[in-house]
Write a protein that binds this ligand. Structure first.
Ligand SMILES: [Zn+2]
Length: 121
């Protein structure tokens, strides 16, 4: 059994759905960390409108969700939360840290892959 198949089995979505995402046209931008497919979900409330959006990478820990005014950002082992009470200045600091962490995680994954191949000979 190869790694690709193991990855598919770990996904929290049905395999058939994964193949749809993987092989169909992908108009959404790829994951900024690993270049993988980012899974977008939106939830609507008929009274409030858009109440929740989720951007989740299917291959790494890149995760961004907005739910009733709370925003949660995750990449690798880093995570942050802010909401409508957070000042604009803090939000922009968190957002720029989020981008910085994406770059760190990208580099970390590269190094890890190199180690893996070295071990396997
Ligand atoms: Zn990713």
């Amino acid at each position: 059994m190869n790694n690709r198949w193991r990855q598919i089995k770990r996904l929290p979505i049905p395999v058939s759905k994964y193949f749809d995402l993987y092989f169909n046209e992908q108009p959404d931008p790829p994951c900024p960390v690993c270049g993988g497919k980012v899974w977008h979900r939106h939830y609507y409330d008929e009274h409030v409108g858009m109440v929740e959006t989720v951007d989740e990478c299917t291959e790494c820990n890149y995760y961004e969700t907005e739910s009733y005014g709370d925003t949660r950002l995750e990449v690798g082992k880093w995570s942050a939360v802010y909401n409508y009470t957070t000042s604009d200045k803090e939000i922009s600091q968190i957002r720029s840290e989020f981008v910085r962490q994406q770059i760190i995680e990208k580099e970390r994954r590269k190094t890890e892959r190199r180690k893996y191949y070295r071990k396997r000979g």
